[in-house]
Ligand binder design. Structure first.
Ligand SMILES: O=C(O)CCC(=O)C(=O)O
Ligand SMILES: [Fe+2]
Length: 248
């Protein structure tokens, strides 16, 4: 049995003014990006294996407000049962030969079963890179055991679009190429891991699909005592919701 991963995608998320301001900001910070790492959930060790992308911890008040305003609807559409209150946010940049191998975001959040990954895409128009699609995998369930399925949803990293999915979903970023070699032509994201506070007890997930996903991702969760991999980004409380933002 293949259990589809719930995904929620929105176009024109911030609108032209905010999107272009964020893109200009990302480009202006070129010198501050560092090589992104991957954490071994057993040892906590960081490496560059399976990943070639640039990362810079970031905070955008406008972005966090827009997240807060649409989250109740997004959480409902994902079939989750959680009230996230904080987000860890980073800018990323992918150029030639950048990629991020198959992983879950369990090393980023306190409780992956109730956390949401949000990836917001930015790029210059016309687009200066190709490739760089995000693949979000489904879950395969066989004889009571769960694992990553071969089927996936492919997300094009289009400017000013955002995609939300449960943080325990397996996903990967395909290799990109940036023919001009210029930083301004890279594939940029503002990536947020949205979660309940670290001190909150682990709540039950709402749907059977999410329980299977959590089981498939079990071995990607850091062992007790192993830290999280935030690239120096700090969890910021999400602002209170100001307006219900329609997602469809
Ligand atoms: O850039 C993307 O599309 C996804 C990035 C990602 O999976 C991550 O930063 O954990
Ligand atoms: Fe990820």
């Amino acid at each position: 049995m293949v259990v589809p991963t719930p995904i929620c995608r929105m176009e024109n998320f911030l609108g032209a003014t905010h999107a272009d301001a964020l893109l200009s900001h990302a480009i202006s910070r070129q010198a501050d990006f560092t090589d992104g790492t991957v954490m071994d959930p057993l040892t906590g060790q960081l490496s560059h294996k399976d990943r070639n992308s640039l990362v810079l911890p970031a905070h955008s008040t406008a972005f966090h407000q827009y997240l807060s305003d649409c989250l109740p609807q997004v959480i409902e559409m994902l079939g989750m049962d959680t009230t996230p209150s904080q987000a860890i946010t980073a800018l990323t940049a992918h150029g030639t030969d950048s990629y991020f191998g198959i992983h879950t975001d369990a090393t980023k959040v306190p409780h992956p079963a109730t956390a949401v990954s949000a990836i917001y895409y930015l790029h210059r128009r016309p687009r200066g890179f190709d490739g760089g699609q995000l693949r979000i995998y489904d879950t395969a369930v066989h004889d009571g055991r769960a694992g990553r399925a071969d089927t996936c949803t492919v997300i094009e990293p289009d400017h000013d679009t955002i995609v939300f999915f449960p943080a325990s979903a397996f996903h990967e970023v395909m290799v990109s190429r940036c023919p001009s070699g210029q930083f301004a032509d890279h594939r940029f994201t503002l990536t947020s891991w949205i979660s309940a506070p670290t001190t909150a007890p682990e709540p039950q997930t709402a749907s059977q699909a999410l329980r299977w996903m959590a089981r498939a991702a079990e071995h990607t969760r850091p062992l007790p005592g192993v830290g999280r991999n935030h690239h120096g980004a700090i969890a910021a409380p999400l602002p209170p919701q100001t307006a219900a933002r329609p997602t469809v």
